[in-house]
Design a protein around this ligand. Structure first.
Ligand SMILES: NC(=O)c1ccc[n+]([C@@H]2O[C@H](COP(=O)([O-])OP(=O)(O)OC[C@H]3O[C@@H](n4cnc5c(N)ncnc54)[C@H](O)[C@@H]3O)[C@@H](O)[C@H]2O)c1
Length: 335
């Protein structure tokens, strides 16, 4: 897909991942209409980006995506400004376990609403010109976590929705591609939550410590690759610092870490470290596995031996970090 000249609509673009995606799109020649609940930061972002890319390339509108009428009016504004929206990025999201209804309203209901607005506008079978609908989901949409269960539930729902739409029998005639971004631990406000936002902040931070944090550039780079590649309807982009780490592997280690940090007896803890299972073959960014397509954040161009070394390294690094984390909880004779 040629990005230059395309009209993009994006939610939650005032800062963080949303802002970085906007910058990447603008750099490739797109025009971006973005909204955010935060008016002051949104305006600031708009003025900074206008200085760099020109007034007609980027437009901000304050909007709370949980307000259906406001959201629709904002989407319509994007259409009337650009003539058409070719790419819709449902990105706004929060992680706050203390407000489950609000979190589901933003992370799930509003993302679905944004997708429905975009689909109605884009679908070729009703006169639209097709397009791409992107959801910033999370690795939380693919794994479990006892420190952020409602967040995880809100994101699992989005994976269910995005995959159902991507593999719908109507997808071809509608001419709309569906892409899910599933990063883990991105360097935004998300990685320093307040106590009440997660069930156990220490465990949350320990998890980030073990798995590492990725930079906004990593997410934006992989996003742009996905957007430009026409053959990846249903893609789920898993991006995390430890490339080539499979989801089940992450989940098992995460569960162990959580168990230990939550003071469960050490005997109940089993740590799975299986480097060979962590390599899943295709490393060129996108591969098909039946019903859906997974992709990894491309770290570099890799050959099989680079993958092997990387996995070995990842396993060693992960094991060492885990062992250090687990040590205080083990019985004295096991230390
Ligand atoms: N940072 C991470 O580690 C991480 C990992 C995986 C997924 N994500 C997802 O990425 C997305 C962006 O998060 P981020 O890390 O950039 O966080 P962020 O807090 O920096 O950005 C989120 C933006 O959404 C806006 N927003 C919140 N509620 C809104 C509402 N009701 N209406 C409109 N805008 C609203 C906020 O004002 C903010 O500008 C979220 O969906 C999040 O779940 C983040």
């Amino acid at each position: 897909m040629e990005i230059s000249g395309k009209g993009v609509f994006l939610t939650g673009g005032a800062r963080g991942i949303g802002r970085k995606l906007i910058e990447a799109l603008l750099a490739k020649g797109a025009r971006v209409f973005f909204c955010d609940i935060n008016e002051s930061v949104g305006r600031e972002t708009e003025s900074e980006l206008r200085k760099q890319y020109g007034d007609d390339r980027v437009i901000f509108q304050q909007c709370d995506v949980t307000k259906a009428d406001q959201f629709k009016a904002t989407f319509d504004m994007a259409v009337s400004n650009f003539g058409a929206v070719d790419v819709c990025c449902n990105n706004a999201g929060i992680m706050d376990e203390s407000v489950p209804e609000k979190m589901i309203a933003i992370n799930t209901t509003a993302q679905i609403r944004g997708s429905q607005l975009a689909l109605e506008h884009m679908r070729r079978d009703r006169g639209g010109r097709g397009g791409v609908i992107v959801s910033t989901v999370s690795m939380g949409g693919l794994i479990s976590s006892c420190v952020a269960p409602v967040y995880v539930a809100s994101k699992h729902a989005m994976i269910g929705y995005m995959q159902s739409m991507a593999f719908s029998v109507y997808q071809k005639e509608q001419g709309v591609r569906w892409i899910s971004l599933c990063p883990f631990g991105v360097n935004t406000n998300f990685i320093s939550p307040k106590e009440e936002q997660v069930i156990d902040k220490d465990v949350f931070l320990a998890t980030l410590d073990v798995f590492g944090v990725i930079e906004l550039e990593d997410v934006a780079g992989a996003f742009m690759r996905l957007l430009q590649n026409e053959n990846n309807n249903g893609a789920i982009m898993e991006s995390m610092r430890m490339a080539f780490t499979k989801v089940w592997f992450l989940e098992k280690v995460l569960a162990s870490l959580e168990n230990v940090a939550l003071n469960k007896p050490a005997q109940q803890v089993s740590v799975y470290v299986a480097a060979s299972k962590a390599v899943d073959g295709n490393t060129d960014g996108v591969f098909a596995n039946g019903s859906c397509t997974h992709t990894r954040t491309p770290v570099e161009d890799v050959t099989w031996w680079k993958v092997f070394i990387r996995c070995l390294w990842t396993t060693l690094e992960l094991s060492e970090k885990l062992i250090n984390r687990l040590k205080p909880f083990l019985p004295p004779d096991a230390q």
